[in-house]
Design a protein around this ligand. Structure first.
Ligand code: GDP
Ligand code: MG
Length: 297
């Protein structure tokens, strides 16, 4: 072992260091009210980040603008700390005139870029907090038709600023065939409008297993998901996260029932770091270049 230098241990060093520092991840959810955004976030991170909602009293005034609300939680799994922030956008698509619904959302994403740039420009750059949005889950209403103008407009405005992950909401309200047709039409629309959605990256010289996994995930986009933060009993007596119907139980974690598992794999288990990296290296970098050029720097 004379020639052994020891840098093969680098991955472990990197690993130890990042575990100590913890991770910051910010996800945004966008879509009309009632499409299951809060429920899905709870399901994804197995938390009650969003408490069960009290129904609005009938007299309550509906807000007239898109609000931006963010909630953070520190979660820990096997000694790894994750500071998770979810940015919710209640009001999107809920108005008579939704023409500019995307605007406050773009503004929010850009102001987070601004904050990051400010920190980078400080004399002391030791403690940079990364509040940039690393992924945007866009909830598509399960109409079974195709994208609506508001969907197309939102994605067109946002795709250069954030990693877009399109999702078919409440997929349990569609049959398998309807889901398959709907997915094909959504993808055709996305291609037609030259919208860039986040792709699971593949690398040359990657092993076959990793390639197969990337392909499997890519093949499910747009993810048809079912969310539920409660346990139900299946006819054969298992307790599962799911939704119970007179005709049976839809299981959140069953890949034959919906794409929840694949979505979680993309967002959390396999590509969280890729989402962060793409946000930093491409989306933020492009925004920063444009910003500095426009300022004449
Ligand atoms: P949000 O307004 O988009 O945050 O939607 P919520 O998460 O508050 O959910 C709205 C309603 O839809 C609640 O009654 C949920 O129980 C229900 N819901 C959430 N996810 C699903 C789903 O995947 N399928 C069905 N059928 N209902 C869902
Ligand atoms: Mg909600």
């Amino acid at each position: 072992l004379n020639g052994y230098v020891g840098f093969a241990n680098l991955p472990n060093q990197v690993h130890r260091k990042s575990v100590r520092k913890g991770f910051q991840f910010t996800a945004m959810v966008v879509g009309e009210s009632g499409l299951g955004k809060s429920t899905l976030i709870n399901t994804l991170f197995n938390t009650r980040l969003y408490p069960p909602k009290e129904p609005l009293p009938p007299s309550a005034e509906r807000p007239q603008t898109v609000a931006i609300e963010s909630i953070s939680a520190d979660i820990e799994e096997n000694g790894v700390r994750l500071r998770l922030t979810v940015v919710d956008t209640p009001g999107f698509g809920d108005f008579v005139n939704n023409e500019d619904s995307w605007k406050p959302i773009v503004d929010n994403i850009e102001s987070r870029f601004d904050l990051y740039l400010e920190q980078e420009n400080r004399v002391n750059r030791q403690k940079i907090v990364d509040n940039r949005v690393h992924a945007c889950l866009y909830f598509i209403q399960p109409t079974g038709h195709s994208l609506k103008p508001i969907d197309v407009e939102f994605m067109r405005q946002l795709h250069t600023k954030v990693n877009l992950i399109p999702i078919i909401a409440k997929a349990d309200t569609l049959t398998d065939d309807e889901v398959a047709d709907f997915k094909a039409r959504i993808l055709a629309d996305i291609a037609h409008h030259n919208i860039h959605i986040f792709q699971a990256p593949t690398y040359e010289n990657e092993d076959e297993e990793a390639l197969a996994e990337a392909e499997e995930i890519a093949g499910k986009i747009p993810f048809a998901v079912v969310g539920s933060d409660r346990l139900v009993k299946t006819p054969d007596g298992r307790e599962v996260r799911g939704r119970a119907y007179p005709w049976g139980v839809v299981e959140v974690d069953n890949e034959d029932h919906c794409d929840f598992v694949k979505l979680r794999q993309m967002l959390v288990r396999t590509y969280m770091e890729e989402l962060r990296e793409y946000t930093n290296d491409v989306l933020y970098e492009n925004w920063r270049t444009e910003k500095l050029l426009s300022m004449g720097v």
